[in-house]
Design a binder for this molecule. Structure first.
Ligand code: FE2
Length: 334
C-alpha cells in the first residue's frame, strides 16, 4: 500500500514543502542510499508542477565525513531556485549549500528511511496549516512566559523563563529566498534563558546515539548545565557520549522543542520521535544563532526526548499527556 502513496508524498513535498512555482529551477538531491522510486516520483511531481526539474544522485557520505562537495555538485546546487533533499548525506552542512542559500536558493529536506509511514502521513494525512497556526499561537504564549514548568509522571520537574526569546517554527515549508527547513514538521522551539534553567529531566524517549532507552535516564540541570546523569546502561552511554565529545559546552541546554504532528509515533527514529504531538525535546550543545541564546560556541549537538509531559506557562497548562489545551484555543488537530 505504501508504494502507491509515494506519488502523493511527492506531490505534497514539491508543492507544499518546497513551494515550487512554474518555471523555477528545481534540484532533487538524492544519494546512493536514496530509494530511487521516491526520487523519481519527486522528479515527476516537479515536472508536473511546471518546474525546470532535475534529479542529481551523489555518492552517499557518512555524517562524520566533512569533505566538501565537488564543483559539479556545487554548481547544480547554486544554480537552483529550490532544492528538495531526499538523502541521508548531511548536505545542508556543506559549504555548497551555504553558498546556494546566500545566493537565494531555498532548501527543504527529509530522509524517509526508518520513518516511511510518517513521511507520507505526516504531510498528506494531517491538517498541516492548522498545525502551523497552532505552532504560531504557542510561540506567542512562550514569548510572554516568565516561568515555564515541565513535569511528567516519570518525575521530570524543570523550570525556566522563556520571556522574549525568539521562536523557531520547524514546518518544513520554504517560500522565501535562502530559507531552509526539514519535513515533516511541525515543531515549535526556542531557547530557554540559560541561567534560569533548573531541575530534573527524566528521559524516556530518543537519546544519543539515536535510539529509545531501555530504562529512563535522569538528568539534573543547574543554571542550564547538566550536573548529573543517573540510570542504567543508557545513562552510562550518555555520560560517555558527552565525555567523548571533549567539549565542555556539550552539556549546556540550548533549545526546548514541542512536537505537534498527530501522525508521528515514538519509534526510535529521532526526527519522528521529536515531532510526536506532545513530545518534548531538549537540545544540548551547539545552539542555532537564530535562538538568540547565550550558549557559547560548541562543536557537537544532541537531543534528549521526553515522550510526554505537562507544559505550564505562568500557571496555564499548554499541553498535558500529549493533548493540547482546547481552552487556550490550541484544539482541532487530528
Ligand atoms: Fe536539537
Amino acid at each position: 500500500m505504501r508504494s502507491l502513496r509515494w506519488g502523493e508524498f511527492a506531490y505534497t513535498a514539491v508543492r507544499k514543502m518546497a513551494n515550487v512555482q512554474p518555471g523555477e529551477t528545481l534540484l532533487i538531491l538524492a544519494d546512493t542510499w536514496t530509494d530511487m522510486d521516491i526520487a523519481e516520483a519527486c522528479l515527476t511531481a516537479g515536472l508536473n508542477a511546471g518546474a525546470k526539474a532535475q534529479l542529481l544522485v551523489i555518492p552517499r557520505m557518512a555524517p562524520t565525513d566533512t569533505t566538501e562537495f565537488n564543483d559539479s555538485i556545487t554548481g547544480a546546487m547554486v544554480g537552483a531556485d529550490v532544492i528538495l533533499g531526499l538523502c541521508p548525506t548531511f548536505f545542508m552542512e556543506k559549504e555548497a549549500c551555504e553558498v546556494a542559500r546566500k545566493n537565494g536558493t531555498r532548501v527543504t529536506a527529509t530522509d524517509v528511511r526508518g520513518m516511511e509511514d510518517f513521511a507520507i502521513e505526516g504531510i498528506c494525512d494531517v491538517d498541516y496549516d492548522r498545525m502551523d497556526e497552532i505552532a504560531v499561537q504557542i510561540g506567542e504564549i512562550y514569548q510572554r512566559t516568565k516561568r515555564c514548568r515541565v513535569t511528567s509522571e516519570l518525575g521530570t520537574d524543570i523550570e525556566f523563563s522563556l520571556l522574549d526569546r525568539p521562536i523557531d517554527i520547524g514546518n518544513g515549508m520554504v517560500s522565501k529566498p535562502g530559507e531552509s527547513n526539514f519535513f515533516p514538521g511541525v515543531s515549535v522551539a526556542n531557547a530557554p534563558i540559560e541561567r534560569t534553567i533548573n531541575g530534573i529531566l527524566v528521559v524516556d524517549g530518543n537519546i544519543p546515539p539515536g535510539h529509545l532507552p531501555r530504562a529512563p535516564v535522569t538528568v539534573t540541570l543547574e543554571s542550564g548545565v547538566i550536573t548529573k546523569i543517573e540510570g542504567g546502561a543508557d545513562a552510562a552511554a550518555l555520560r560517555a557520549h558527552f565525555e567523548k565529545s571533549g567539549d565542555p559546552i556539550a552539556t549546556h541546554l540550548c533549545h526546548f522543542t514541542l512536537g505537534l504532528n498527530p501522525r508521528a509515533r515514538t519509534s526510535g527514529s529521532v526526527h519522528q520521535d521529536e515531532h510526536v504531538l506532545g513530545a518534548i525535546t531538549f537540545g544540548f550543545g551547539d545552539q542555532d544563532p537564530g535562538f538568540g541564546g547565550d550558549v557559547p560556541p560548541c562543536s557537537v549537538h544532541c537531543d534528549l526526548v521526553l515522550t510526554s509531559g505537562t507544559i505550564e506557562c505562568d500557571g496555564q497548562v499548554i499541553c498535558k499527556d500529549n493533548v493540547l489545551s482546547e481552552a487556550l484555543g490550541l484544539g482541532g488537530l487530528r
